[in-house]
Design a protein around this ligand. Structure first.
Ligand code: FES
Length: 159
């Protein structure tokens, strides 16, 4: 029998919210996980509300596992209406909270979402389409993925 966390992750992956590039984003952040090599990009759009600059909406793309997709989905839902300071203060654990507590082996998946959010909110300008690709700010996530340093492979021969 599946536990609640697994069911919630499955549901979020089946119907991910805010998935995809955002054309007119005000900020963008891309981060790669040193633990697994996965990548996640987040787009953020701001608006003025009661004299404060708050997040209007956020979206994401990822080459990541199901947990990363599920956390990004619930996190982007939670971010609407938060100020930059409020969003910056959120940990990966808090961003994943609607799913429930993640097992230790999956904590880095939530940290991937946290990292992309922090990267976007730290003031990096949104990339201009067709700008020269750099791993962090290229025009598409696939370019960032391709621009990563090749992973070191360890080949073990079975004797
Ligand atoms: Fe890489 Fe989850 S295993 S983000």
């Amino acid at each position: 029998m599946k536990d609640d966390l697994e069911k919630r992750i499955e549901a979020a992956v089946k119907n991910p919210q805010n998935l995809g590039e955002m054309e007119n984003a005000d900020a963008i952040g891309t981060v790669g996980s040193a633990d697994c090599g996965d990548m996640l990009r987040m787009w953020v759009k701001f608006k003025e509300e009661d004299g404060r600059k708050v997040i209007d909406r956020a979206s994401f793309q990822t080459f990541g596992c199901q947990t990363a997709i599920a956390v990004a989905s619930v996190a982007t839902e939670m971010l609407a209406g938060k100020t930059v300071a409020e969003a910056m203060s959120m940990s990966g654990e808090e961003l994943a909270a609607p799913l429930g507590a993640l097992p230790p082996v999956k904590i880095h998946c939530a940290q991937l979402v946290e990292g992309a959010l922090r990267s976007a909110l730290s003031g990096a300008p949104a990339p201009v389409a067709k700008a020269g690709p750099s791993p962090a700010q290229s025009a598409s996530l696939i370019e960032s993925f391709a621009a990563r340093a090749p992973a070191k492979l360890k080949i073990v021969l079975d004797t």
